[in-house]
Design a protein around this ligand. Structure first.
Ligand code: CA
Length: 360
């Protein structure tokens, strides 16, 4: 068993981490004891990207623990509806959940900073804030009242701006634009003169095809192609200003977590980190292939004009300031997030952007 586990760590490039885990013995796990956990998710079973990410996380935990912590994944609707995950895990109905923190703004406004905010951090900047800044500590503080322990467990990378049946040439074209865009992005669009819609994934295609909406955002080429959105809209815009690097979450019921051995706690931490990098790597490999397909199909792929992005960015700043004024905790998270972004961004621009823009 131990050998298998070492092999598995090695396959993840986590040989050193494996040594750390097996070296922790302050609260030993009982080898004969088998713990069975349920993981509820906000995604249909095996949904490409997100649902696959939940399965990957469960698989890592099962393998790293040599089967002593066995996690079974339930798709949306199997035990609870997609947006029932937070309450269900909080109350101990399931020990674990896989979802996105921005769904929980009705519970706590500050949650939104831990997935993605308009014109916020990229995936790598988010990881840096969460793991090496105050991000994860604050996230734990925000979820404390709900008896939940959060861990980053995936990222889609920067999303696409969406599918439009109207060309966007200036800020005037946002006036009266009916677009499926939930959350803070929708709030920003409303203030720019548009009408945001919140529609479930299953309703998007028909609403776009029948003209109920003029535009929709979803995820990126991989998920968008699976929904057939290119058959219902003329233009595919980028970048996804509203979701520049959305983090997905693993949430754990606090009582269940506290009962675990230190070894099992470390396994969950390492499995979440591995699932985090696996999801963004999976998206990268599937997105470029779907983009190649869209190019073959001669889909019109367009960049939002600078003027439009500048206006949306300015409105986003106002929306985030208002969010920071909702309560003390939102304010604390807002300050940490914006300060980190202000300091990390100049390096992102010099490094990643400096390199990539030299080929333009
Ligand atoms: Ca989206």
């Amino acid at each position: 068993m131990k050998n298998n586990r070492r092999k598995f760590f090695k396959s993840l490039g986590l040989a050193a981490a494996g040594a750390v885990v097996t070296g922790l013995h302050s609260k030993k796990s009982n080898a004969s004891e088998k713990i069975k956990w349920k993981m509820v998710t906000s995604w249909p079973k095996n949904f490409p990207g997100l649902g696959a990410g939940a399965e990957t996380l469960a698989k890592y935990i099962n393998k790293l623990s040599g089967g002593s912590l066995a996690v079974k994944v339930f798709g949306a609707g199997e035990l609870v509806p997609p947006l029932g995950v937070f309450d269900f895990v909080s109350s101990g109905g399931a020990e674990m959940g896989h979802s996105g923190a921005y769904y929980w703004k009705g519970k706590t406004e500050a949650a939104q900073f831990f997935s993605s905010v308009p014109f916020g951090m990229t995936a790598q900047e988010m990881n840096s804030w969460l793991y090496y800044g105050d991000g994860l500590k604050l996230w734990e503080k925000v979820y404390e009242d709900f008896d939940l322990v959060p861990r980053p467990a995936g990222n889609t990378g920067v999303q696409m701006g969406g599918w439009f049946n109207k060309e966007i040439n200036s800020t005037k074209d946002l006036n009266g634009l009916k677009m499926r865009i939930p959350g803070l992005g929708g709030e920003v669009l409303a203030r720019a003169g548009g009408t945001p819609f919140t529609l479930a994934g299953s309703e998007i295609f028909t609403s776009l095809q029948t003209g109920v909406i003029d535009a929709t955002e979803w995820v990126g080429p991989y998920n968008d192609r699976a929904f057939g959105l290119h058959k219902a809209a003329e233009y595919y815009y980028y970048p996804g200003w509203h979701e520049p690097g959305p983090t997905l979450e693993c949430i754990i019921n606090r009582q269940a977590y506290n009962k675990l051995s230190d070894e099992h706690k470390s396994i969950i931490d390492i499995a979440c980190k591995a699932a985090n990098i696996d999801m963004i790597s999976d998206y990268m490999s599937k997105n470029y292939q779907a983009l190649e397909y869209f190019k073959q199909e001669q889909i019109k792929i367009k960049k939002f004009p600078k003027e439009v992005l500048a206006k949306l960015n300015k409105i986003s700043d106002e929306v985030l300031i208002e969010l920071s004024q909702k309560n003390q905790l939102s304010n604390e998270v807002y300050r940490s997030y914006t300060n980190f972004l202000k300091r990390v961004r100049p390096w992102t621009l010099i490094s990643e952007d400096g390199y990539l823009s030299s080929f333009e």
